[in-house]
Design a protein around this ligand. Structure first.
Ligand code: ASP
Length: 356
């Protein structure tokens, strides 16, 4: 792990931000076999900031950079990577007033949602960002994203895990990656923006944030994620023609402890008693099963359609308008904890960090 500190002495009361670089396109450079994560990010970031107009350079908060020893394409992230980040933030919490996590965009919203559950009651900003084009590429979005993430990480009123991308500040546990190429790759389909860039200002809307709702010290939950790092949670999106044996093939395995089902529309499944029987059996065996919609916008209402009516009876928990990322990482987080199935079910149905 290397640490780069452009300003060593920070006067008391001033912002001091820790930037944690994990990899992703933002830091990639051309290697023999194509783009791959590259190091020395602190120097490269400082060089990029030197291209900003002087007023913006002067408006940069004090920051330090930590680089992970193994830089990854975010497709390699696992529940253990989410947990390592949470532990690192926990360990550095009192030394910094805010955190920026540099991350690949492909699974950035998964990491953000997981961090939100692990860092409950957070009393300072954690802002994840990345970019669609490498920092040194022509017309890269990296510089703007890094600059904006630092600006929001310097706002003490912001007290939750967020994503800053393309001028928008989004709640981490409400965000999806919605575009594979465009600079505005992220969206929060069921919750408003928490803030945005307007000209040279970075405006946070506190009435939408968690900061005003939280009281007392952080209540981080950092259970042992090794318990959920071997495929214990599965994600199954329905398709026309799905058969009970196919669903059973996923759920019958004793290693599977939880499942996220992505139903149609407002919570519809085929009118097949065999499907419901498989779900009821898995739920009866103590597996944690939840359902959301395949539609990015709107919510599920289990029982809105006759065909989906048996889902609640089969023990399926409604995920309302949660994103797949938020629902999946919540199941993972709850299953990592030494609590009863009843508590896991109750907490799934409760909003823990504004995810539903
Ligand atoms: N494949 C990259 C990653 O997720 C994509 C990106 O960063 O934009 O690490």
């Amino acid at each position: 792990m290397s640490i780069h500190s452009p300003l060593t002495e920070t006067p008391p009361g001033e912002n001091r931000i820790l930037v944690i670089y994990t990899g992703g396109t933002i830091g990639m450079q051309q290697h023999a076999h194509g783009l791959a994560p590259s190091g020395d990010f602190a120097t490269r970031m400082a060089t990029a900031f030197n291209q900003l107009p002087l007023a913006q350079q002067q408006a940069l908060p004090t920051y330090e950079v930590i680089s992970y020893a193994t830089l990854i394409d975010s497709s390699a992230a696992t529940p253990l990577s989410w947990h390592q980040l949470a532990l690192d933030i926990h360990d550095q919490l009192t030394a910094y007033t805010g955190f920026v996590i540099i991350h690949g965009t492909d699974t950035l919203s998964w990491t953000a949602a997981s961090l939100a559950y692990q860092l409950q009651g957070l009393d300072r900003p954690v802002v994840l960002t990345g970019s669609m084009r490498p920092l040194e590429a022509a017309a890269s979005d990296a510089l703007e994203n890094l600059y904006g993430a630092l600006q929001f990480a310097a706002q003490p009123a912001l007290q939750e895990v967020t994503i800053y991308f393309a001028g928008q500040l989004l709640r981490g546990a409400r965000t999806i990656k919605q575009h594979s190429e465009a600079p505005d790759a992220f969206a929060s389909p069921n919750y408003p923006l928490l803030g945005e860039r307007v000209g040279d200002d970075f405006i946070y809307y506190p009435s939408l944030g968690l900061g005003l709702q939280q009281r007392g010290a952080p209540r981080f939950e950092l259970p042992d994620y090794r318990l959920v790092n071997q495929g214990e949670v599965v994600r199954i999106a329905l398709w026309p023609g799905i058969s009970a044996w196919q669903l059973e093939a996923w759920l019958v395995d004793s290693r599977v402890k939880g499942a996220l089902l992505q139903l149609w529309g407002a919570g519809n499944i085929p009118d097949d008693p065999g499907l419901l029987a498989v779900l009821a059996k898995a739920s009866g065996e103590g597996k944690l099963l939840a359902a959301i919609s395949q539609c990015p916008q709107g919510s599920v209402q289990l029982g809105a359609y006759a065909a989906g009516h048996g889902l609640s009876d089969a023990g399926i928990l409604a995920g309302d308008g949660m994103t797949p990322e938020a629902a999946f990482t919540k199941l993972t987080h709850l299953l990592a904890q030494p609590i009863s199935l009843e508590d896991q079910r109750r907490r799934f149905l409760t909003s823990l960090v504004g995810e539903r």
